[in-house]
Design a protein around this ligand. Structure first.
Ligand code: ZN
Length: 45
């Protein structure tokens, strides 16, 4: 199961829930990211 994380409220939403509507059930945001694949962080040296 793939979990997405809401960018706005941080709630984890399963991709199944997002299949119907790509929208956060709790805050209505449409911006998600995959916690697993993650956010690339470039460290400025
Ligand atoms: Zn949300």
């Amino acid at each position: 199961m793939v979990l997405y994380k809401c960018f706005r409220c941080g709630k984890q939403v399963s991709h199944k829930a997002l299949e119907k509507r790509f929208i956060c059930p709790s805050c209505g945001s449409r911006i998600f990211y995959k916690p697993r694949k993650a956010v690339k962080r470039v460290k400025a040296v």
